[in-house]
Design a protein around this ligand. Structure first.
Ligand code: UDP
Ligand code: GLC
Length: 415
């Protein structure tokens, strides 16, 4: 079976890590699969996919298209957001037309059995490139109701996908509302539990500071400001605590206006008077090492998180996680059992939860052990690969059945 994946960017964020996990999980289960990846911008994903045995084609998106995004408009007035989008769309149209044609020719030449699209931009490109009789799967990593674009144009492209894979129940409910008529199947993301693993024995000493870290890309809703406010709250009440607050990550996307710069966050730490207690460690390639280096991992997204891969990665590394309990993230753990949940955006509650774990190392240990157990059971890559393959078979069988019934009807008509 030949499967073509399409991903808008070559940078590695959560959706791309999931894509890499799909590649390795599929190839572990069925090494004979032929996997191709079309990617819209260069970046570490290209090499990482090639290393796994995937044939990668870089079809570089015109700059205006790769910088085009609607996420920065999420909180704006709907009419205004649509107006801005429309204007931006008009500016990218000339480059887009040529690109769609190239995309179309490439797909036609490959003759895939199935197309698996991994981001909104490629969902739209695949729809526009229109390759007939090839089933299309949309991997849905976002809440589309909060995106101004997709709901508006759905009626024009609804014939393109045959099925949507939603990364959580919350995403499935949202997608069902925006994309009526599209069959949706929930497949929870997974991580490689061998790579994301704890190291034993954990070294602890009263001289070494306890490290509390937020691991996230610098998208504005990832809550770095809430994390800094919580840190300031703790340090104000307990100035002599032996603790360091670490911000791990960077502005990895090209989309305009949607991310913090590191300098902005450093200025915020400075304004809060905690600059000497905060470390900015930049975007890390070997992220499992970082989770192991941290003692407590915080997820502080201010909006409901569609899934929250960092939560599961940190849990797999045997770390106690404090997470914003909303959206798909709330489906990943049981509060006070294998992680701690707090209300999104509530820096006081976050400070209290961090302080509680700082003061109770035994609680940290128990939660960490359960966290690793949960990930091994629920978010392992074997389960993931099996569920993705089952979806492929479902879609291909449906296509075959509809072809057969079409032929049957034709035969009856001929008689
Ligand atoms: N990540 C990374 N290095 C960093 C910060 C983040 O590799 O310095 C990765 C992290 O391991 C995770 C992804 O970026 O796999 C973020 O995924 P998540 O689903 O949490 O959020 P997204 O940014 O995709 O919305
Ligand atoms: C998106 C979502 C994030 C999810 C990731 C992988 O980036 O924002 O919550 O974990 O995709 O599915």
């Amino acid at each position: 079976m030949k499967i073509v994946f399409a991903n808008p960017v070559g940078a590695i964020g959560g959706a791309e890590r999931v894509l890499l996990t799909i590649f390795s999980a599929l190839l572990k289960l069925q090494p004979e699969l032929q996997l191709y990846l079309i990617v819209g911008t260069d970046g570490p994903l290209v090499e990482a996919a090639r290393k796994l045995g995937v044939r990668v084609q870089l079809l570089t998106l015109p700059k205006a298209v790769s910088e085009f995004g609607d996420s920065a408009l999420k909180d704006k007035n709907k009419v205004l957001a649509f107006g801005i989008l429309l204007l931006r769309l008009i500016t990218i149209l000339p480059g887009l037309g040529k690109y769609v044609w190239e995309f179309h020719l490439f797909l036609r030449q490959l003759k895939p059995d199935l197309i698996h699209s991994n981001g909104i931009k490629t969902h739209l490109l695949v729809a526009l490139a229109g390759v007939r009789n090839v089933p299309v799967i949309w991997h849905i990593h976002d809440f589309y109701q909060s995106r101004p674009l997709i709901g508006k144009i759905w009626k024009w492209i609804s014939a393109s996908p045959n099925l949507g894979i939603a990364i959580s129940q919350a995403v499935a409910e949202d997608a069902t509302a925006v994309l009526p008529g599209l069959p949706i199947k929930v497949i929870y993301n997974a991580v490689d539990v061998n790579y994301f693993s704890p190291h034993f024995p954990a070294v602890s000493s009263s001289e070494v500071p306890v490290r509390v870290g937020l691991v996230a890309t610098f998208a504005r809703w990832k809550g770095q400001e809430v994390f800094l406010a919580a840190a300031a709250c703790i340090l104000k009440a307990h100035p002599h605590l032996n603790v360091r607050f670490c911000i791990v990550g960077g502005a990895i996307y090209k989309t305009r206006g949607s991310q913090y710069s590191e300098q902005e966050l450093k200025d915020k730490a400075f304004d809060l008077g905690i600059a000497d207690k905060v470390d900015f460690v930049g975007f890390q390639e070997d992220i499992a090492e970082i989770y192991r280096w941290l003692d407590i991992v915080v997820h502080a997204s201010t909006q409901p998180e569609p899934f929250g891969l960092t939560i599961v990665e940190a849990m797999a590394c045997g770390k106690p996680v404090i997470a914003s309990q909303a959206g798909g993230a709330a489906e990943l753990f049981t509060h006070n059992y294998d992680a701690i949940g707090v209300a999104p955006g509530d820096s006081t509650a976050l400070a209290a939860a961090i302080l509680d774990l700082l003061n109770h190392p035994e609680k940290r240990r128990v939660i960490s052990e359960r966290a690793r157990q949960t990930v091994s059971e629920r978010f392992n890559d074997k389960r993931f690969g099996q569920e993705v393959i089952a979806v492929y078979h479902y879609v291909l069988n449906r296509k075959q059945n509809s072809c057969c019934s079409l032929m049957e009807r034709k035969k009856v008509g001929d008689r």
